[in-house]
Ligand binder design. Structure first.
Ligand code: ZN
Length: 361
């Protein structure tokens, strides 16, 4: 029997998927439109799961999850088939449910009136499969989280241009692509360009590590000294500022107390201001602790340089990049906007910040 009250929701989910939206996007759209979830509708109608919904905030009624949407998009019930034995209990003692392999499902076709047509259903399954394939063979995710925009600091997002003779992948500033050119510029860089450059740098350092360890270590220490020197100065001045403010707050607090004792301010005002000062004192104490810890960190440079060198040596003249290699050696890659020249050539600066040691050239 078709549930006429909820049928529109299923239809809507398929409609959104047929427009080319993946499960994550469909979920977002359902939440944005405040479409009620099946769980909430059941609660409304039959009072089930009152423990979840009764005192929950309003948003709970449309808190869709990607897993829910996925399972609706794969459910053959909506094209009129009945599927049995989809799950099985491992044993009587172990109540964990195990999903059975598709081949073990018992499918009975045409047991009831469908909501979704077979052809729409097939189209959606095709989209799900192709999206999964794409994700699988995109070796391109190796740079995830590492590539940043030099101007706004946001991540560069990855995309593939398919509507051309030779499809290619590229990165561009995610702030620019989501907010527009008033917020940043493209910072466009081709994936293969970035790949070749980063690989050549890692090959260079690995070569150096094998040729003359001593010399490289010296170089790393010099670079990290410069790098951490700047950071340390900044941290020290932050620490000084925090210290100064702390003594100011202490003085203010003392004066406040005197004013209260002398009856110059009301108890109410005293309480209010004293709470405010105590909050600030607590915050400053926290900040203090954090800054001190950071200062200690920057003092560990020698062992850090040695660590990085042993990693780059281990990489033994790499011929390809992997996510683990990149994440072991590199902290972030900062991409600048390209300088385009009149003769249609362009120059683009790419800065690599290595883990433990920062930037070296
Ligand atoms: Zn940017």
């Amino acid at each position: 029997m078709i549930d006429e009250e909820t049928r529109w929701i299923v239809e809507k989910i398929y409609e959104l998927a047929l427009l080319g939206n993946g499960s994550a996007k469909v979920t977002k759209l359902l939440i944005a439109e405040k479409i009620p979830t099946p769980g909430y509708l059941n609660y409304k109608r039959y009072g089930t799961f009152a423990n979840i919904y009764a005192d929950a905030p309003e948003e709970k009624s449309w808190s869709w999850t990607i897993a829910q949407v996925k399972s609706i998009l794969r459910d053959e019930t909506y094209i009129g088939n009945s599927i049995h034995y989809r799950e099985t209990n491992v044993s009587f003692k172990n109540k964990h449910r195990v999903r059975k392999d598709k081949s073990e499902w018992l499918r009975i076709e045409g047991t009831h009136e469908p909501i979704i047509s077979q052809s729409d259903f097939d189209k959606v399954q095709g989209q799900i499969a192709s999206r999964r394939r794409e994700r699988k063979d995109s070796t391109t995710q190796i740079f995830t989280g590492l590539v940043k925009c030099a101007d706004c600091g946001w991540s560069l997002s990855f995309a593939t241009k398919k509507q051309c003779k030779t499809p290619y992948s590229y990165f561009k500033c995610s702030r620019y692509s989501s907010l527009g050119k008033a917020y940043c510029s493209g910072h466009f860089i081709r994936y293969d360009t970035l790949y070749a450059y980063v690989l050549s740098r890692l090959q260079f350092w690995s070569g150096q590590a094998h040729m003359d360890e001593e010399k490289l270590l010296k170089k790393l220490l010099n670079a990290s000294d410069r790098e951490t020197g700047v950071i340390r100065k900044k941290q020290e001045s932050n620490l000084k500022r925090a210290e100064k403010r702390k003594s100011e707050v202490d003085a203010l607090f003392t004066r406040l107390y005197e004013n209260w004792v002398a009856g110059r301010i009301t108890e109410y005002n005293f309480n209010m201001l004293s709470a405010k000062y105590q909050d600030e004192q607590a915050q400053l104490d926290e900040q203090f602790k954090g800054l001190k810890a950071k200062l200690n960190e920057t003092r560990q440079t020698v062992s850090d340089a040695e660590k990085w060198m042993s990693y780059v040596k281990e990489a033994a003249y790499p011929t390809e990049l992997t996510a683990s290699l990149l994440n072991t050696l590199i902290e972030k890659i900062v991409v600048h906007e390209a300088d385009r020249h009149e003769d249609s050539t362009a120059e683009q600066e790419i800065e690599i910040y290595y883990r433990f040691i920062g930037k070296i050239d």
